[in-house]
Design a protein around this ligand. Structure first.
Ligand code: PMP
Length: 349
């Protein structure tokens, strides 16, 4: 079969979404958009204040988190610098971890400074950079009931190499998901909680089986929310738009970085609710996230975004973002925490 297919020849591909736009006659690459993501083991994992061997960082199957999803976590990147390495927006990530824990009445016995210092210690102990850092606070082995208070809070942090997250050279081919994002006052979207990612998994798997790199979720009112693990921006007539947090979007640190960079570059940025169809008529669309970084979107439901190439404004913002993250442009916003590890090559290269 040819590498390229036409959407209308394969209508059953979108039987899951039932999405009428999937028949829009746009040529696309038929291959599944999946990047394998094996975990690359390192030497040490940080656990409640101590560095322990990777193999010993295990939990009991009867831990509260296994049954009830009671965890909050972070995803952070450490970038190669011309000299050494640096963690991108470390205090902001750790503050969000503390905030997520607070929402779930989870008391973390470490201060913001202690958590930040732990990340630096861990990266230096493993000597692995550039890398992705995954701190997680969870309810461990204690009681079986839903009430988590009788189960101890444990914190682990691991770091490991991790490259590109959203598949697609020259832009990702994505869909609008048939799954909505979390409704307000059900699962708190501002908490980066493990349980939220059951919803994200549905969005991501549906995208995968239909041959897309990622799914964009609408909120319960049908307004654009975010990707399964990314915030979303559109550009129309030179103005940037992103949904406000009230549309069930996570308060992404990369989202905040892009808002800051865009305003600094002189662009108008508006946080505004967006109807789904604005996605189809945008000039440029891109995802932001720690794993996704700044990822241009090439098509949505097979409708080509703009002229199908990475947009000028997306490119300017990406250049600034990667320039600062990789220490090639001045750290004018104070976003980098240096780490004493010589990095071999940039993660995002
Ligand atoms: N939304 C969701 C659902 C996410 O999982 C992420 C990744 N943490 C983001 C947005 C982007 O957040 P950040 O830029 O802080 O990584």
């Amino acid at each position: 079969m040819s590498k390229y297919c036409y959407g209308w020849f394969l209508p059953r591909l979108d039987a899951v979404t039932g999405n009428p736009w999937s028949r829009y006659p746009v040529r696309y690459e038929g291959a599944p958009k999946i990047i394998p993501m094996p975990i690359q083991k390192t030497q040490k994992i940080w656990h409640n204040g101590n560095l322990i061997p990777w193999e010993q960082a295990t939990i009991h199957v009867m831990s509260h988190v296994v049954h009830y999803g009671s965890s909050v976590f972070e995803g952070i990147r450490c970038y190669a610098q011309p000299h050494g390495s640096a963690v991108f927006r470390l205090p902001e990530h750790m503050q969000r971890l503390l905030d997520s824990a607070k929402i779930y009445r989870m008391e973390l016995p470490f201060t913001l400074d202690e958590l930040c210092a732990a990340v630096v210690d861990l990266i230096e102990a493993n000597g692995v950079a550039p890398c992705y850092i995954r701190p997680i606070a969870l309810r461990g082995y204690g009681e079986i009931g839903v009430n988590p208070k009788g189960s101890p809070v444990e914190i682990y942090m691991a770091n490991f190499p991790w490259g590109k997250y959203v598949a697609g050279h020259g832009g990702a081919d994505v869909c609008v998901s048939s799954w909505n994002r979390l409704a307000p006052n059900t699962m708190p979207a501002l908490a980066k909680a493990g349980a939220n990612y059951m919803n994200s998994q549905l969005i991501r798997m549906e995208a995968d089986v239909n041959g897309y790199s990622e799914g964009i979720a609408l909120d319960v009112n049908g307004l654009v929310s975010e990707g399964s693990g990314e915030n979303i921006f559109i550009v129309r007539n030179g103005v940037l738009y992103t949904p406000p947090l009230a549309n069930s979007a996570l308060s992404g640190i990369t989202r905040d970085s892009v808002l800051t960079i865009a305003r600094h570059l002189g662009f108008t940025v508006i946080e505004q609710s967006m109807p789904r169809e604005l996605l189809y008529i945008a000039d440029e669309v891109f995802f932001t996230g720690t794993a996704a970084e700044v990822s241009p979107i090439r098509s949505i439901d097979r409708v080509v975004v703009g002229d199908g190439k990475t947009g000028e404004i997306t490119q300017k913002i990406a250049d600034e973002f990667f320039g600062i993250a990789n220490g090639l442009k001045p750290d004018r916003f104070g976003w980098l925490t240096p780490v004493n590890v010589t990095a071999s090559e940039p993660v995002s290269a």
